[in-house]
Design a protein around this ligand. Structure first.
Ligand code: FES
Length: 138
């Protein structure tokens, strides 16, 4: 009778160990992830109309793994949307704060700085300019 319980306990322990291992792997990658994370485009990338970015807000470009903000009218900032913690791509935006889906880090996309951990390093800044009303990153 105690064998099924023991077996269940063992299985449960193994499952928890697996979860812990996955978590540890994701977290241990954090220190070196910034070096191995997907890089932002090295060549110029057109992102579409500059007026798609609200003043005091931002827009995510998931395919390009970029986020562009406009803290002040006519002043654009572009960052890689690859989280500096373990390399997930930021997928939520609330005005100028982007959130990572993996462990919940949040970044101020006007400055690139983390405003909530576990990430501690800022997002990689990418040069951006406006040409003919269109945003060009890279
Ligand atoms: S990858 Fe861990 S918070 Fe983004």
């Amino acid at each position: 009778m105690s064998e099924p319980l023991h077996r269940r306990t063992v299985l449960r322990g193994a499952a928890l160990a697996g979860i812990a291992c996955v978590g540890a792997a994701a977290c241990s990658a954090g220190g070196s992830a910034s070096g191995s994370a997907p890089k932002a485009p090295t060549q110029e990338t057109e992102l579409g109309a500059a007026d798609a970015i609200p003043v005091g807000g931002a827009k995510l470009y998931p395919e390009e793994k970029l986020v562009v903000s406009q803290p002040v009218k006519g002043e654009f900032k572009c960052f890689s949307s690859v989280c500096t913690h373990a390399g997930a791509v930021l997928n939520k935006l609330d005005k100028e704060v982007a959130t990572c889906p993996l462990h919940g880090s949040r970044f101020d996309v006007a400055t690139g700085k983390p405003v909530h951990g576990p990430a501690t390093s800022p997002l990689e800044e990418i040069p951006v300019k406006v040409k003919g009303g269109k945003l060009i990153a890279g």
